[in-house]
Design a protein around this ligand. Structure first.
Ligand SMILES: C[S@@+](CC[C@H](N)C(=O)[O-])C[C@H]1O[C@@H](n2cnc3c(N)ncnc32)[C@H](O)[C@@H]1O
Length: 280
């Protein structure tokens, strides 16, 4: 996979295969961000670079579901990394989400991931803020922090595979364009936070994987560190999702709210945002 390659989803490949006559059509080669005119016909898809994607390759892509392919000279390659865990970019109606071992890292039901990320940041990050983005992922919460006025965002991501997918994802471009304001940190935030000065951030976005995958990021010890690095009066947004709610066995956001209060935050649930807002 390489940065700045043309990207096509399996749904888009399927739609192109409906066209038999040689013609020019507008499609997106960057997951819906911008339109590009291409030519399509019996010989396949002709990209603006001159690269041809034969119909057989389009058919191969169309057979898969919810995939993104990078269109390189060696043929289409799925945007995924398989190793000890399986990481992939998954298309949605808006920005792609990140999937780790089949678990989506953003809301995609009734909400598109970029909008989901705006909601996580809005109301917490203020103009001129220095922000700690604990779980950087594809960079959406960092991008929204800058868009909403942050002057500096320290964005921590532990996983090299996720950082590689972030490089390929066109929706993450602003993360790199805002290099003066966004400082990417390649580290485990549980360790990294210990190295931070106390009261060094105006706001914190804490958007961890779900509790069953990263319980330590919901623990009292980590919450105490969040409190320590936040300035007095500073704001935290903690995304929790609503796990266990369908079975009605636990009210998880309330448990997080209680634990944040015990740590010393003033915290309240934000049901619309599936999280908890807290002030130091
Ligand atoms: C829900 S996603 C974050 C989405 C992100 N806020 C965005 O805007 O795309 C959680 C991310 O936290 C990362 N992560 C998990 N444990 C971590 C840790 N201990 N330190 C830093 N990042 C971690 C995962 O690799 C994953 O990319």
């Amino acid at each position: 996979m390489a940065n700045e390659e043309y990207l096509l989803t399996s749904d888009e490949a399927r739609a192109l295969l409906q066209i038999d006559e040689q013609t020019r059509v507008e499609i997106s080669l960057d997951l819906g961000l911008s339109p590009t005119e291409v030519s399509i016909g019996a010989e396949g898809l002709l990209l603006p670079s001159g690269l041809r994607v034969p119909r057989g390759q389009l058919e191969e892509m169309a057979r898969k579901r919810k995939r993104i392919f990078s269109l390189g000279p060696d043929g289409p390659e799925p945007v995924e990394i398989a190793g000890e865990h399986y990481y992939k970019l998954t298309p949605t109606d808006g920005a792609p989400t990140l999937e780790i071992d089949g678990i989506q890292m953003h809301r995609t039901s009734k909400m598109e991931p970029f909008e989901d990320s705006r909601r996580k940041v809005e109301g917490t990050v203020g103009a001129g803020d220095s922000v700690l983005d604990t779980c950087g992922g594809l960079g959406y919460t960092a991008i929204w922090s800058v868009r909403l006025g942050a002057s500096r965002v320290v964005s921590v991501e532990v996983c090299p595979e996720v950082r590689e997918l972030r490089l390929v994802n066109p929706w993450s471009r602003e993360f790199f364009l805002a290099a003066g304001q966004i400082e990417p940190v390649e580290a485990d935030v549980l360790e990294y936070i210990l190295s931070l000065e106390q009261e060094s951030f105006d706001s914190i976005i804490h958007d961890p994987p779900r509790f069953s995958l990263a319980g330590e990021l919901y623990g009292a010890g980590f919450y105490a560190e969040l409190l320590r690095v936040l300035r007095p009066g500073g704001m935290l947004f903690h995304y929790t999702g609503a796990p266990y709610s369908r079975r009605g066995v636990r009210d998880f956001p309330s448990e997080v709210t209680r634990r944040l209060k015990e740590t010393g935050f003033r915290a309240r649930r934000e049901p619309q945002k599936l999280g908890v807002s807290a002030r130091k």
